[in-house]
Design a protein around this ligand. Structure first.
Ligand code: COA
Length: 152
């Protein structure tokens, strides 16, 4: 089995990532398409606010995620849209995507990550060092909590 993590640079690669997100967020989780796909998902040769990652297993796209480059006052950026196709979960692929996004963030001089975690995914992010804070809030009709990771 071969794993290949792609830092997305072409529209074809982005199309594969969006196809995974459609399957996971729009079909599985019933998120409105108008919320799920946004201006950060434009042509990756043009959009400079966001970096996307795509994981291929034996050349098949199975997982994705994105890093928004805008920083908050603490120097943290935002990771979101982390998705693994249902039949490929529990094999470490989500963690591979996150590690690549963390590497990208460090290379950009970003000092940490803040993300909105769906409640069921809190254990996943905790396994990567994230710490939850604050109350539960709703985004796209799904319960979330904020989570933070400070890079050393
Ligand atoms: N609860 C607790 N721990 C979990 C977990 C969960 N729901 N899902 C994964 N983990 C743990 C694993 O046990 C593993 O721990 P380990 O390193 O100690 O072995 C670690 O997190 C990495 O798991 P991994 O196999 O890489 O996770 P995955 O490939 O199944 O991806 C998601 C996790 C959340 C990305 C995947 O379930 C998914 O795509 N869900 C639907 C989309 C979604 O909800 N995305 C998150 C939006 S905030």
């Amino acid at each position: 089995m071969t794993l290949e993590v792609i830092r997305i640079r072409t529209q074809d690669e982005l199309r594969e990532a969006l196809s995974i997100r459609r399957r996971v967020f729009i079909e599985e989780q019933a998120v409105d398409e108008a919320i799920e796909i946004d201006h950060h998902d434009g042509d990756p040769t043009v959009v400079t606010t966001c970096l996307h990652v795509l994981l291929l297993v034996d050349s098949t796209p199975v997982a994705t995620g994105r890093l928004l480059l805008e920083r908050d006052a603490a120097g943290h950026a935002h990771i979101g849209r982390v998705a693994v196709l249902p039949q490929h979960r529990g094999r470490g692929y989500g963690a591979v995507v996150m590690q690549e996004l963390h590497d990208l963030a460090r290379e950009q001089g970003i000092s940490g990550i803040t993300l909105a975690a769906q409640l069921h995914a809190i254990g996943f992010y905790e396994s990567l060092g994230y710490v939850a804070r604050g109350d539960v809030f709703q985004d796209a009709n799904i319960d979330h909590r904020w989570m933070d990771l400070r890079f050393l």
